[in-house]
Design a protein around this ligand. Sequence first.
Ligand code: GLN
Length: 282
Amino acid sequence: MASYKEILEKGKKLTRKHNKETSATELLLLHFSKLEPTDLYLKFDSEMPEKEAEDFIEGLMLYLDKNIPVQQIIGSVYFYGHKFKVTNQALIPRFETEELVANVLMLYDEYFENQKVSLVDVGTGSGCLAISLAKEEANLSVSATDISEDALSLAKENARVLGVDISFYQGDMIQPIMDKKFDILVSNPPYIPTSEEVDKLILDNEPHIALFGGEDGLFFYRQIIKDSKHILNDKAIIAFEHAYDKLEELQAIAKETYPEAKIYTVKDMQGLDRMTFIIIGF
Ligand code: GLN
């Protein structure tokens, strides 16, 4: 028999031994104890039910021994204030991608305020971008594509649980929506160069199809920018997340197709060049 505090200390000690993140240990304890953070600390010295303690240790071993990401063990992650289901069939939503949501909402206000606007999320994965945008701005009519049927079914489930109406299309990037028109295109395509070394936690658990973007990591940006000509209205916005060291190359690719556009890059909260916007026809 042991208290929450003792179990947490034991878990953290084990975690340190494995040279892994103790923040993950805390998240797992919260998950398996089904307590909110404040309640956990109030109950810190009381006894943790044995079954919960066992489940916690079992979950912790998945993280420590099997190297499974904590979001996949818990089965969910918070993104832009909403709880998204996580599986190993799509990229786990990342904090930096929340910043793309915030930037797209600001651009909507600046360029389309109060207008009904159609938006597409190309390569939606878990659906986190499309769904968060639909939840925040009722004037957006949102579509999303993905090549992976498993990712799409996860995105559909997330959309249903979070109560938003999104049109989903299965296919390679823009290919399934070639006959449609949009005002805003957002995308966080796979962007890791094929030869780049990737953390094992990511490499072993997240779909490679959602990670790798060809030799220079820019394959999908070229494809999306080229094909976007067919689906964008005269006045339109493209919003990309990308690798922090690609802004010059990406801006040059954008300029080739959209020489008149306003093209600029924004840093994420870590100070890295993470998002590029292409403002067309304004
Ligand atoms: N940011 C992710 C990573 O480095 C990659 C996401 C992507 O390729 N779109 O793990």
